[in-house]
Design a binder for this molecule. Sequence first.
Ligand SMILES: *Cc1c(COP(=O)(O)O)cnc(C)c1O
Length: 500
Amino acid sequence: MYYLSTRGKGPPVSSAEAIKAGIAPDGGLYVPDSPVKIDSRQMEEIRQKDYCGRATAILTLYLTDFTHGEIGDCVRGAYSPLSFDHPEIAPLRELEKGIYVLELWHGPTSAFKDMALQALPRFLPLAAAKTGEKAEIVILVATSGDTGKAALEGFRDVPGTSVMVFFPDQGVSEVQRLQMVTQEGRNVAVAAVRGNFDDAQNGVKAIFADESIKMDLRERGYKFSSANSINWGRLAPQIVYYFSAYLDLQQKGLLESGEPVNFVVPTGNFGNILAGFYARQAGLPINRLICASNENNVLNDFIKTGVYDRNRAFHKTLSPSMDILISSNLERLLFELAGKDSGAVRQWMGQLKEAGRYDVGKGILEQIQNIFWSDFADDRETLLTIKKTFENGYLADTHTAVGINVYNKYRDLTGDNTRTVILSTASPYKFNGSVVKALLGDEPVAGRSEFELLETLSRVSGTEIPRNLKGLDKKPVLHGQVVNRDQMSEAVMDFLKKPC
Ligand SMILES: *Cc1c(COP(=O)(O)O)cnc(C)c1O
């Protein structure tokens, strides 16, 4: 199988090339040139396997220039008991009859980003070797919190790679900040940027686009790549858990073979839900993919009207990992639905850049609405949902609560009783301030540090604090650097001068 750029200006490439590059040279995103198909006999075969076996079988169909053995090694390294605290990796929990939560946060950083960022760092050095790359791969990340830590943890001490993360100095939670500045590993660096997430993100984009920096690094034996969800190597591992959840329900006798299921996805950059689209394309019987947004509901408006319009106020919400106005991965969906028409994609993305807005028209909109449904939840609804869900026996974080709230709206409005899986994207402990506030009100939260609140949450819920968050406030700070936006490239250069 080959991979095409959604902007259509370069030649098709192997999956190794796509993973190594991250983004295509023409600015597009890589997608498979033909759909993968998994039939019922293959499903039956995969069903018998554990998570690693299922992942190996499915990824082998997408990454055709990797051997089965290579993929198996990467997968077993990624989803090992050393880094995941649950033997099933992505376990299902029943919320009520016919409604399940898929917990994607049992990895080393307590958010679903680990499902992909434990795998990508294992594929990337192999991809470099396969494509004859001699340079060391440098991963630059701008993060609003979860991606940065997951990338650091995934790439730490991976030979042939270095990773540097920039986060907005006032823009992340105390838990998220400490997770990053205490990061260990020989090939990692972290810097706070004075400003907000956009400053950090624009700074990284400027470095990626700077030809003189790239030349300079080339001469010194370095090459940039990306660990954001624009990289196909991050998207592909996410297709696996849609299949795995379905097969688990079958294994437990809760689902007939071929019976359709809904998936509800708390969405920001449209990476997670797009993996669901590819699972459906590969033959998984998905009825509806339900896109759940917070108050930054640009995707909800798009799915309802076909008009994507980013010209609106940005809201800082209690589900910060979904605070996003440009969902990069939508480009892949549009390319697929437009029949791989890269001209149309170039036009829409051009309009987005120039005017912040594009309209995909009736034909594409109808296709979208055949597959997707969408709605959003504001912060007040999110807190109420956490409280109500807890009273019914399940402790959800703010992002997962947005998903649960939107699913309830879906069921009320459509009356659809299809079995449904709601993706849970973060541990409640990662956003413990908001979760405690939802359960106990404002008073217990006021004036308390996030670390005292970990204990409070554990006591109130009778659940255990994840091991990576426990004692985080006592770990030494290893990365105290704070830089201005215009000092970011210097920080990268300094980091790469250090002997690893
Ligand atoms: C990244 C993230 C999301 C959004 O996922 P996308 O793939 O960007 O749509 C949702 N919840 C949490 C906790 C996240 O970290």
